[in-house]
Design a protein around this ligand. Sequence first.
Ligand SMILES: [Zn+2]
Length: 195
Amino acid sequence: MIHPDTELTYINPVIGYGLVATRKILKGTITWVRDSLDMVFEPDAYEKIHGQRKEYLYKYCFVDGQGRRILCWDHGRFVNHCCAANCIAPGYDCEIAVCDIQPGEQITCDYGLLNMDEDFPCSCGATNCREVVRPSDPEIHHQKWDAQIREVFTQVDKLPQPLWEFVSEKAEIKQAINNPALIPSSLKHYYQHPR
Ligand SMILES: [Zn+2]
């Protein structure tokens, strides 16, 4: 489930649709959480789907750490990539804002964390744009992402968290707020597709 202070917006002809904040979202806010309404496709079930429906799933699903395709049931599926993403997934089933997001600003994540099937060329416009986003990016960038999460993690229990009721790992997250060494690396959900 995506944070309620977001809306689906047409960005431009190149990007298509994206999500923008309708109010300021402070760093440390949980912006997305995996929840029980998300649709789960095991690899063999996904392979049995063909045609337009498969193209849609390929485009809008992410792949979890067990190789399953997950289709967010709400407009969370429209979050775009940015190499300077304002939301990052720690090794929990959620995304956390790693900087303050202003009203009208796009909500972005790093597709390097979504276990994509193949490389994609990126022209996100960030000064540190990687130009090609690769499935193996977590091997190179996980320390940077983990550091971004650590920096804001103590804010998690100090802010309004409208998605908190849907968080499945409440106890683990509370423990880690007091002891950041317990925050699981983003590598926890890294999945390498069989070749
Ligand atoms: Zn980029």
